[in-house]
Design a protein around this ligand. Structure first.
Ligand SMILES: C[S@@+](CC[C@H](N)C(=O)[O-])C[C@H]1O[C@@H](n2cnc3c(N)ncnc32)[C@H](O)[C@@H]1O
Length: 396
């Protein structure tokens, strides 16, 4: 058997190349194969203008499974005894692939079905918006490597209760442990909630530097999480359908060795380029948390909720939309620091080029710019009740 160089990306058919890899020599295989979407995927790269494509069409499910099955068998052979496979798929064929994995790796070695969920905004078809993909995690044996990760407690968790140590009483029921004086005993600090099998990791946004123009490119952050879960420094990570090389980039960034395989020469060249540049985009949602995107203060939130308005974040000119029959009415709440003229300008700017039947500004103070004449506007200005009362009091 000719062995394959570590830290290399190889052009060739996945199954054929895998046959050249020694038994029990790879710690993790992540694969993102064709999904049986029955589509030809195509995308153009912004940086080099090149069009990348790959074919995901099969004559039948049976043909698809007979394509994947021998690859899964080779993967099992090359995995170390404490190694794991993560198979990425989606609703098109996940149910068939799960059965195939059970068959080859054994039902008892099924560890998790990871739901990779992400936000999407539009849905052209009738039905629920599809916003997740599936990743099956099987180990080769029961004795698999696993690094436990913890996440923060949810804001609704009663941390006080969590920190109270529990014991079993004489009836086998769990109860709070008490010291000799009857005081509840607190545990040493809890680590958090063990990482669950639902992962919210954003898709790469269209402008992300990491985006290389390869169709179905996955985010490096997603693969990094898998690698960190089941491998350590210096371990070998292999991706037999590496596409643009995401897994190799993720492995290299974490000091793991990698092998990437793809039958498409363009994909291999792109992988090599990405490995030499190593661009990994930070995700604000992952590093700062989704709540960091909520910009409204409690006054604005309460007012929007009173008006039954849909709050809008990250927009300077519009704070929310009120539903009126079939149309949406933009609404802005004047900020404390804003003059009324600036608030008008900011709402006008935000609605420019869009056709709204009416635009509403809630005036909360009477600060004006120094110019003597108020700008003409078709924005309807409603004085906040607080301001109306202050004005009424001025005249008594
Ligand atoms: C879903 S894409 C992988 C995308 C990749 N995860 C990324 O982030 O860029 C699937 C890849 O499988 C490759 N492929 C399809 N059939 C193959 C085969 N028999 N052997 C090797 N690669 C194959 C395609 O060229 C394509 O690049």
């Amino acid at each position: 058997m000719t062995t394959v160089d570590l830290n290399s990306v190889i052009t060739g058919d996945a199954c054929e190349v895998l046959k050249n890899i020694a038994d029990s020599s790879v710690n993790l295989v992540y694969l993102d194969p064709p999904f049986f979407s029955q589509k030809e995927h195509e995308l153009s790269s912004r940086s080099n203008g090149k069009t990348y494509s790959f074919n995901d069409k099969f004559s039948s499910k049976a043909e698809y499974i007979s394509f994947i099955s021998p690859i899964l068998k080779e993967i099992r052979r090359i995995l170390t005894n404490n190694g794991s496979i993560f198979l990425h798929c989606d609703r098109y064929a996940s149910h068939y692939l799960r059965m195939e994995l059970d068959e080859i790796f054994g039902e008892n070695n099924f560890q998790s079905e990871i739901i990779w969920s992400y936000k999407r905004w539009s849905n052209s078809k009738k039905g629920l918006l599809n916003a997740h993909q599936n990743i099956y995690f099987y180990s080769k044996t029961k004795n698999f490597k696993f690094n436990q990760f913890y996440t923060d407690y949810s804001p609704s968790t009663n941390i006080d209760q969590i920190l109270q140590e529990r014991v079993r009483n004489s009836n086998g029921k769990s109860e709070y442990k008490k010291d000799s004086k009857g005081n509840i005993v607190l545990t040493s600090e809890k680590k958090g909630v063990p990482l669950s099998d639902v992962w919210e990791i954003p898709f790469l946004n269209p402008k992300a530097k990491e985006r290389c123009g390869y169709p179905t490119q996955k985010p490096v952050k997603l693969i990094q999480r898998i690698i960190e879960l089941v491998t350590n420094d210096g371990d070998v990570v292999l991706d037999p359908f590496c596409g643009s090389g995401t897994t190799c980039v993720a492995a290299k960034s974490l000091n793991r060795k990698f092998i990437g395989i793809d039958k498409n020469l363009d994909a291999i060249e792109l992988s090599k380029k990405r490995l030499s540049e190593m661009i990994i985009s930070e995700s604000g949602v992952l590093s700062k948390g989704i709540d960091s995107y909520i910009e409204k203060n409690s006054f604005e939130n309460n007012l929007l909720s009173l008006l039954n308005a849909i709050p809008v974040q990250r927009n300077k000119g519009i704070d929310g939309f009120i539903r009126n029959d079939n149309s949406l009415i933009p609404i802005k709440i004047q900020k404390n620091s804003e003059t009324i003229d600036d608030a008008i300008a900011s709402l006008e700017n935000a609605v420019c080029g869009k056709d709204f039947p009416i635009k509403i500004l809630i005036q909360t103070n009477e600060k004006h710019n120094t110019n003597l004449f108020e700008k003409e506007t078709d924005i309807k200005i409603v004085k906040y009740v607080d301001l109306q009362i202050k004005n009424l009091l001025k005249v008594v």
